[in-house]
Each structure stands twice: as C-alpha cells, then as structure tokens.
Design a protein around this ligand. Structure first.
Ligand SMILES: [Zn+2]
Length: 269
C-alpha cells in the first residue's frame, strides 16, 4: 500500500501551527502597578508586619531591598511589595502591587470617608482613577516605576488610607475603564467647575482629545466652592480690565471695588 503521510508533512503542519500561536494568544492585560511612595530621601523608616521595632534604612545599605506582606514605610502601611533602591545617590521606595489594591489607596484620598448614599460617586471616581492608571503605566520607565504617589499623578495613601465602603465601590467596578478608540482615555477629574468645564487647551498645550471639550455641568452647584469672590486692588485694575476682554461670557457678576480703610469700600463704575 502506498504511504501518503510523510515525515516532512508533519514538520510542515507543526511549523504552520506554531506560527498561528501568535494570533490566538490572549491579549495580556497588565495587573500590577509600580508606585514611587518615597522619592529622593536621605533615610527611610521601615517596620515589617511581624517586627516590633522600626528600622531606619540609610544610603549605606546594600540595594535593592525587598519587603513583602504589609510593610510600614515612614509610618504608613502598604499592600504588596515595597522595593527600596538608590537612584542618583538618594533613597527611593517603590510599592509594587495589584492595580485594584492600589486604587483602594487612591480613591479615598480624593473623596475622604464616605457614607452609603455616596457609593455611586465612589464607583465613578474608581473608574476614573483606574482609567488614569492604565493610561499612565510605564510613565517613568527610565526610573523603574509607573506613577508618583502625589498630585503629580494621583495621591496614594496605601493601606493606611483605605475606607471599607470605597473598597466595595472598587470591587463593584473591578476592571472597568473608560476607553476611546480602544485606548484608555485621559480621565481628568475636578472638584468644582462652577457650571462649565474648561476646554483641554485652557489648561494644557497640544492636540485636544475630542472628548475633553468645554461642556455645561449641572453637577457642581451644591459644592461650597461653586461661587467665589476675588478682590482686586485698585492698582491691579488696569491689568484686570485688559484681561476682562478675554473673560468668557459664562463668568457673571463682575464688579470692581476700591478697598476702604476699615469700611466695606466703594464700588467702582
Ligand atoms: Zn462641574
């Protein structure tokens, strides 16, 4: 009987299948984030979860040093792993942890402690903070971390800053981010806009994403910062007059006062 299958047939089929693997592999979603929690310090105080005493780490140690499982850094507790290392002759602490755990230390820094009626707000904030995180992974690749734990990125307070209700909001929105053309958006968020948000180019240079244009906002009117007053001195008036030409029509009730000497002053025309 004639043989139809020869060894080189099998080799061709195996090579073909191996080439296909690249197309069927699942898209990998990053789950971890590296956050710089101490930047350029002379010393760092460390207390491990099971230790009774705090240790002061100085620059003469051997780096990098790794701490796992709920370590205290400068009195604040952190989930995941903390890596101490030397960058430019100074000490840095990088917290490496799951993105979902990182968010638990971020959202309370923005909202503070919440009551159950604010759970929806916390969920919205969680989605915005998660989106920001995914959009800025590898931001500081050359320094070996993703985000700063300050307003430079998002304020991050570690496990010490967590709130049990906000943790629920993060778990209920697990993995949810805002996307535009399949990419995480620039999820800028604000406290109070005064009734209309600023346009992207009012704050930042460069091409404006189409979803960050100035819009009317009905949500801020209950904020204590919705209305505010600014007092100008007479000598600043000319500067202000020039600027007033550029003030948008949504800025209302502009009046100029001459400061009084212990009196309410006098309104100028
Ligand atoms: Zn607003």
């Amino acid at each position: 009987m004639k043989r139809y299958i020869r060894p080189y047939h099998i080799i061709f089929v195996v090579i073909f299948l191996l080439n296909c693997l690249g197309y069927v592999r699942k898209q990998r979603v990053p789950r971890m984030v590296r956050v710089a929690i101490v930047c350029g310090a002379e010393s760092i105080r460390i207390k491990e979860a099971d230790a009774s005493q705090t240790e002061e780490i100085l620059i003469n140690h051997r780096f990098p040093m790794y701490y796992r499982g709920g370590v205290y850094v400068n009195g604040r507790k952190y989930r995941g792993t903390v890596v101490l290392k030397k960058i430019g002759g100074k000490l840095w602490a990088i917290n490496v942890l799951k993105i979902e755990d990182y968010l638990k230390g971020v959202v309370p820094a923005e909202l503070g402690k919440i009551t159950p009626n604010l759970l929806a707000a916390a969920k919205a904030q969680a989605v915005a903070a998660r989106t920001y995180t995914y959009a800025h992974l590898n931001n500081y690749q050359e320094l070996g971390f993703d985000l700063y734990a300050t307003v430079q990125d998002q304020v991050y307070l570690g496990e010490s800053g967590e709130d049990s209700l906000i943790n629920i909001a993060i778990e209920q929105t697990r993995g949810e981010i805002l996307v535009y053309h399949n990419k995480p958006i620039e999820a800028k968020y604000h406290s109070t806009c005064g009734g209309r948000t600023a346009d992207f180019n009012d704050a930042w240079p460069g091409p404006a994403p189409p979803y960050l244009r100035s819009v009317r906002c009905p949500y801020c009117s209950k904020s204590p910062h919705f209305r505010w007053q600014k007092t100008y001195l007479t000598k600043e008036r000319r500067k202000f007059d020039n600027r007033r030409q550029g003030v948008r029509s949504w800025c209302r009730d502009v009046s100029i006062w001459r400061p009084g000497n212990g009196t309410p002053g006098q309104k100028l025309p």
